[in-house]
Design a protein. Structure first.
Length: 183
């Protein structure tokens, strides 16, 4: 079943060539979210993986990680923590900067988002270079959380993000992997 579900998700992801710039193939999860059968299969893949793990919270990275993470938190009967782009949260926050190919950015969470020792699953739609995911891991750890695993729908391994996350000791699970030559 899991292989069938993963293949369904992979077939539904739209590849958009030359977006946002020439030479880039954008992996668009919008069709997955639009199709109820595929969206359910996606969530079920994550639920089956994590339903027997001892977790306290699901953290989702702005913005598409919110979609998957909040539904997953609901299905696992856990709380949800948003990891937002800097300047979007209304309460006291802690921020972590990271580098982008075209500059720098930062993500932040509320200072009371997690408690020391809580076991957190970190979710986003895609891992490319890993900058955002690494920043989110650091934020959660700085507040005392134990990031049990990072999870994504898509891994683009040639961009190095999966290796960067692995180097931190944080396990990474991805449903679909697209190598440079993948269609």
């Amino acid at each position: 079943m899991q292989t069938d579900y993963a293949e369904l998700v992979r077939r539904t992801i739209r590849s958009v060539p030359d977006w946002p710039k020439p030479g880039v193939v954008f992996r668009d999860i919008t069709p997955v979210l639009q199709d109820p059968r595929t969206f359910r299969a996606l969530i079920d893949l994550f639920v089956y993986r994590y339903m027997r793990q001892r977790l306290d919270l699901v953290a989702g990275i702005d913005a598409r990680g919110f979609i998957i993470g909040s539904v997953l938190a609901y299905e696992l009967n856990l709380g949800f923590v948003p990891v937002r782009k800097q300047g979007k949260l209304p309460y006291r926050t802690v921020a972590e900067p990271y580098s982008l190919e075209y500059g720098n950015s930062a993500v932040e969470i509320h200072t009371d988002a997690v408690r020391t020792g809580q076991r957190v699953l970190l979710v986003d739609d895609l891992i490319a270079t890993g900058g955002t995911m690494m920043a989110a891991v650091k934020l959660l750890q700085r507040l005392g959380a134990n990031v049990v695993e990072a999870a994504t729908i898509i891994d683009l391994p040639e961009l190095g993000g999966a290796a960067n996350i692995a180097a931190t000791g944080t396990p990474l699970y991805s449903i679909c992997r697209y190598d440079a030559e993948s269609a």
